[in-house]
Design a protein around this ligand. Structure first.
Ligand code: EPZ
Length: 456
């Protein structure tokens, strides 16, 4: 049985049930079976919290996951004078009426390993005429540049000054609507434009925008606040700036990435997991790939049950912007593909270093070769960029326990399911990174029958 401090157990001295640098000892060979519940999407909740800064009255956000990315944004809001009240059961009340400039040191101290601070620019410029954004954190899956963000803010009329510790922005004369064409349908840059354009003077036209479900949910949040936003089928979004916005009451869209992660865990461990809160519509592409890989699923109004439909099958899949196969889904899927009978190819086209995590899977016995040049494929939703890679996975190869260190959020999750699928015992270190995006992760593993201890 697990000797663990679950998230619901009073945290040990030093806070949290898994402190930085802690590890899990995992005994493999057990299928994961049972039920888990996914709350609101990490990649919407954090952005909706920032949007509350734009309102003149209190906002209420529901189904907010208890994850460290949310804690970082809460601290940053509080440093800027926003009062954030946790009503329990995932309900946050955010009151921006006391918003003030924050001191650089305080902002820097709270920015943590997150990319969300960059999205404070527009709201703070509207509110205070200035903003300081520290250098960003986030998963080390590539350079993670912010050039699209800064170009967009300049187009709105902001001045941007690069400092050794971050960037200082100002817009004393206010911000005006702009015509912006993104070089790539960047999720973050699209959010940057949305959060800035809604209160800019005049209309903004954004071309080559990201249209992920989390983006559409952020548009819904902004419309509730009084914004006027429309979009066309060809990734064009129009925003008519308004003079003021009010608070919202919004329930976050469910976390597709967490739902897909647990689906891959069922596939990799030959288990059977019911994910309460998962919805078919936002997971259509994932479900197609899951089925082609040999998975099966039953869709109900409460959620989706994931399990193996028979032998795992090798597949070729390319990550893409929505409605393609999300880059966040490929890492847990690769673990299952190591057990498929044949050769699979995963072509990563969004980030330049999101296949590095496979080195640890090779250490556990997987046969994976990563080709830095990717694959030349003609018909693409997004033009080819010189930063793609392809993983060739040949299976089935029995996985054995190993000592591995979590490199990033989804890679870390993948190591845990690989350790659960392996024969023998593994040590997975630095597991606190996983808490950035998976609420009550250890409790869920226990509920699904995983056999592990928290060590160190
Ligand atoms: C968001 O990251 C998500 N993170 C990522 O999820 C997700 O993988 C990604 O969107 C793609 O869907 C959050 O929402 C917090 P991008 P983001 O801007 O906004 C390049 C997870 O596991 N780019 O769409 O940073 C960039 O380098 C995380 O939950 C520029 O070149 O992604 C990348 O190659 C991981 N310049 C590509 O665009 C810029 O200014 C896509 O990045 C911005 C981006």
């Amino acid at each position: 049985m697990n000797t663990l401090l679950s998230e619901s157990t009073p945290p040990r001295p030093g806070g949290g049930s898994v402190s930085p640098g802690q590890a899990l000892t995992i005994r493999g060979g057990h299928p994961l079976s049972g039920r888990v519940t996914v709350k609101g999407a990490k990649n919407l909740a954090t952005k909706a919290m920032v949007a509350a800064l734009l309102g003149e009255t209190e906002s209420v956000l529901r189904d907010v996951p208890d994850i460290s990315d949310v804690h970082v944004v809460r601290s940053l809001l509080e440093v800027h004078g926003v009062t954030v009240q946790d009503d329990g059961d995932g309900v946050l009340r955010l009151d921006p009426s006391g918003a003030v400039s924050a001191h650089f040191d305080e902002i820097d101290a709270h920015a943590g390993a997150s990319r969300i601070p960059i999205l404070f620019c527009g709201p703070l410029l509207h509110l205070l005429g200035q903003a300081f954004i520290p250098d960003l954190g986030g998963c080390r899956i590539g350079d993670r540049p912010i050039d699209f963000h800064l170009d967009a803010l300049r187009a709105f009329g902001a001045t941007v000054e690069k400092l050794p510790s971050g960037i200082r922005l100002s817009a004393p004369g206010g911000l005006s609507g702009a015509n912006i064409a993104l070089p790539y349908p960047s999720v973050g840059a699209t959010e940057q434009v949305l959060l800035t354009a809604v209160r800019a003077k005049g209309t903004t036209e954004l071309r080559n925008a990201a249209i992920e479900p989390e983006i559409m949910d952020l548009i819904a949040v902004l419309q509730k606040m009084g914004a006027i936003i429309s979009y066309e089928p060809n990734r064009v979004i129009f925003i008519e700036g308004v003079d003021s916005l009010r608070g919202y009451d919004h329930r976050c869209i469910f976390d597709r990435n967490e739902a897909a992660s647990w689906a891959c865990a069922a596939l990799a461990t030959d288990g059977n997991i019911f994910v309460t809160g998962a919805r078919q519509q936002e997971m259509l592409t994932f479900l197609n790939v899951f089925r082609k890989a040999g998975g099966e699923f039953d869709i109900t109004e409460e959620g989706i049950r994931f399990y193996r439909g028979g032998a795992l099958k090798p597949i070729v899949v390319e990550t893409d912007v929505h409605p393609g196969f999300m880059t966040d889904w490929q890492q847990p899927l690769i673990v299952a593909l190591t057990q498929a009978d044949g050769t699979s190819i995963v072509h990563e086209t969004v980030y330049e270093n999101r296949l590095g995590f496979t080195r640890a899977l090779v250490k556990m016995g997987a046969d994976i070769v990563v080709h830095p040049e990717g694959i030349a494929s003609a018909d693409r939703r997004v033009p080819r960029r010189a930063l793609e890679q392809a993983a060739v996975i040949t299976g089935p190869t029995p996985l054995h326990g190993a000592d591995v260190v979590v490199p990033d959020l989804r890679g870390g999750y993948s190591y845990v399911i690989a350790a659960l699928a392996a024969e023998g015992t593994s040590i997975v270190r630095n597991v606190d990174i996983i808490r950035r995006g998976y609420e009550k992760f250890l409790d869920k593993l226990t509920d699904l029958g995983a056999d592990f201890d928290v060590v160190g």
